[in-house]
Design a protein around this ligand. Structure first.
Ligand code: NAP
Length: 400
């Protein structure tokens, strides 16, 4: 049987990705063939395509069909696989490459049944990118009311982090490249959205946080008061009067959704923390936690917005350079700096499979809704070009 796949014969630009007919793979013992409805694309695959290694990921042998996550129906069973798998809708990370294709094979142990009426593109957006998001969040000590900054806040991980943090009751600052992406971050739930193409963005964030915390202090609401998160959120939205009266609530606040998202994302409740204000007066706040997947100048400037005692989590360096920090930086901010991937990602969940299952449940519950950028499989080259040139929002998914 033949199929269409996207093959790379020579390392180089996105245009080297060729959509062509190739023999379909057959499942071996313990494997199934998935007839793909959606296929995930990762930013690191653009680097591998150009022939460069990324961390532990070496450049592949050629020719190769890139791609490592597929959702669709089980179309064929290898020897030893129970017949009950046939026809089931599944999503799976692949052990190796082979994703950018109409059909892919993988071990049954990697399969997750797609819950309910979930679309294949949602499932494929959650199985790795959603799992990473929840693992990174597990590595942070987020309490309601924490001031959390997310870089690349309209990206695959970023869009989910913004939602999950709101679910935990955090006050979220989303940073993204360009006004359109900043607007998307705000739509996803960021209380404050900044465009890092504007070099003054850190001053804008600092001024907004200072002004809001001054207003809240003037209202006499202490930062460990249970209503503090909602009051500071209202102050950031410029509507603090709405919550100044006892018992009043912020119009856009929906505690039911917050609790549902928080539970799906791994727990939430608690009293806001007593934070150390940068000037010791309680009338200014810095960030309690930064989630940095971009690195470079953006990550460095985000670090400088941390409050004393804050936490800086790194989960990538899409800019090409991880955020540079020295021990003087760490001591000066009394910061906790965490590389949130690798063993740390699994420390709370215990296994990647558990994180994947949690991510799928969060989407099934409607607690997390992935932002998806769709491309036909035949246009994989355009998807790569857009992703590496920062023209995408959300998770890039190919549709065969
Ligand atoms: N997805 C996963 O499962 C996963 C797993 C482990 C690690 N990570 C890491 O987490 C980070 C975010 O991953 P993601 O999958 O959600 O990707 P993503 O954020 O959707 O990646 C694309 C975005 O990265 C930002 N970016 C900044 N500098 C860039 C550059 N020089 N070239 C291309 N993009 C640049 C751009 O956002 P702006 O325009 O807003 O700056 C761009 O739209 C990455 O560092 C990734 O390696 C992801």
């Amino acid at each position: 049987m033949d199929m269409y796949a996207v093959r790379l014969h020579e390392f180089g630009p996105a245009a080297n990705l060729a959509y062509e007919r190739v023999p379909a793979p057959s499942p071996g013992r313990g494997q199934v063939r998935i007839d793909a409805e959606a296929v995930g694309v990762h930013l690191i695959e653009t680097t591998l395509r150009s022939g460069r290694a990324v961390g532990p990921h070496l450049a592949p042998d050629l020719p190769v069909v890139l791609g490592g996550e597929v959702a669709g129906a089980v179309g064929e069973l290898g020897p030893g696989v129970p017949s009950s798998w046939l026809g089931r809708r599944v999503v799976a990370p692949l052990a190796s490459y082979g994703g950018y294709a109409e059909r892919a094979v993988t071990e049954t142990g990697a399969l997750h049944e797609i819950p309910g009426i979930m679309t294949a593109e949602t499932a494929v957006a959650m199985v790795t990118t959603g799992a990473t998001t929840l693992g990174v969040l597990d590595a942070a000590d987020v309490l309601p009311g924490d001031m959390a900054l997310v870089t690349s806040a309209a990206g695959g991980v970023g869009a989910l982090l913004v939602q999950a943090l709101r679910g935990r009751g955090a006050v979220v600052v989303g940073v993204a490249g360009g006004p359109e992406k900043a607007r998307r971050a705000a739509e996803l739930g960021a209380d404050l959205a900044a465009d890092h193409h504007d070099p003054t963005w850190p001053d804008t964030v600092r001024t907004a946080l200072d002004e809001a915390s001054r207003q809240v202090a003037d209202l006499g609401v202490a930062d460990d008061h249970p209503e503090w998160p909602e009051v500071i959120r209202a102050a950031l939205a410029g509507s603090v009067q709405q919550v100044a009266e006892p018992g009043a609530r912020v119009a856009h606040h929906d505690p039911g959704r917050r609790d549902a998202v928080g539970a799906a994302a791994g727990g939430a409740a608690g009293r806001p923390r007593r934070r150390v204000s940068p000037d010791g007066t309680g009338r200014r706040v810095g960030l309690d936690v930064v989630f940095d997947g971009v690195g470079g100048t953006v990550g460095r400037r985000a670090f400088e917005l941390l409050a004393p005692g804050g936490m800086f989590l790194l989960h990538g360096w899409s800019s090409g350079t991880a955020t540079r920090l020295t021990t003087d930086d760490i001591i000066g901010h009394a910061a906790t700096v965490v590389w949130a991937l690798g063993p740390r990602l699994l420390r709370h969940a215990g296994s990647l499979r558990e994180l994947q299952a949690r991510a799928l449940r969060a989407a099934a519950d409607g607690a997390l809704v992935p932002l998806v950028a769709r491309y036909p499989l035949s246009r994989a080259a355009d998807a790569h070009a857009d992703l590496e040139n920062r023209r995408t929002t959300g998770k890039v998914v190919l549709i065969p």
